[in-house]
Write a protein that binds this ligand. Structure first.
Ligand code: PKZ
Length: 218
């Protein structure tokens, strides 16, 4: 989450957990667990779509329950949180949008261009449906909020969403989507961000938001 080599600020450290794990080990764990999250995403999609016989559904459920028990044999208590090491590497296994181990999160790679535009592409499937064949409005807001937050933070400060306004211009079909966000202006601790969500035919949702550098992070 922070720029490589950049240590989080004191305010950040108060709520985010320092862990003495070398970057190479974090990278190894990420490479190990990402494919598991991908497989679980597949499982979610298959669970929605399957038309197999009742007995097969029951049998699969028993196997899935057994797999869950194996993973729970050793686990962390509470939320995964955001952790960072002395080298400034941060990781957030559970984040709802970009958690590397979170199968609920669409696999979103957020890219920051040198000119300040932040963008992300992903493909939203059956698990993100709202109106038939369309992306759930809350899912669109989720993606926008995250990418706008990344833009507001500029990879150098903590910002929290204060106010988010969305205009749903037309429905977003399930499939490939793109989110784009940039800082419009700043006033003191308030960062005003504008953004869009779109499909290959253009913009489907326009958003603007006020992100606040919290008092405690100054
Ligand atoms: C080294 C580190 C690298 C880090 C690199 C990280 C990169 C990683 C990116 C991750 C991206 C995640 C993106 C998801 C982001 C969430 O999902 S955040 C979760 C959702 N948001 C929240 O939970 C926020 C809850 N609210 C709060 O915590 C507090 O109300 C706030 C928003 C921090 C404000 O509290 P405060 O700091 O005490 O603010 P306060 O002094 O009252 O007001 C300051 C100014 O802001 C205005 N304001 C206050 N609240 C609001 C509001 N809600 N709306 C509009 N304006 C407001 C005030 O009017 C005031 O304006 P001025 O008088 O200065 O003109």
């Amino acid at each position: 989450m922070s720029a490589p080599g950049q240590a989080p600020s004191a305010g950040y450290a108060a709520v985010f957990v320092h862990e003495d794990v070398p970057t190479a080990e974090v990278d190894r764990l990420e490479a190990l667990h990402r494919p598991l999250a991908d497989s679980v995403r597949d499982l979610v999609d298959a669970t929605i779509r399957t038309t197999v016989e009742d007995e097969e559904v029951r049998a699969v459920r028993a196997e899935v329950d057994a797999l869950v028990a194996r993973l729970r044999a050793r686990q962390l208590d509470g939320p995964a949180g955001v952790r960072y090491n002395a080298e400034g590497r941060t990781w957030s296994w559970g984040n709802a949008v970009v958690g590397e181990r979170n199968a609920v999160a669409p696999p979103l790679e957020v890219v920051r261009d040198p000119d300040g535009l932040v963008h992300a592409d992903t493909v939203l499937g059956a698990a993100y449906e709202g109106p038939p064949g369309m992306v759930h409005g809350g899912v669109g807001a989720l993606l926008l909020d995250h990418v706008m937050g990344v833009a507001a933070s500029a990879h150098q400060r903590v910002t929290l969403t204060g106010t988010l306004t969305m205009r749903y211009v037309r429905s977003t079909p399930l499939g490939p989507v793109r989110v784009e966000a940039r800082i419009e202006r700043e006033e003191g601790r308030k960062v005003f961000v504008v953004a869009t969500l779109g499909d290959p035919d253009g913009v489907t949702v326009e958003a603007d938001g006020v992100f606040i550098v919290p008092r405690w992070a100054v």
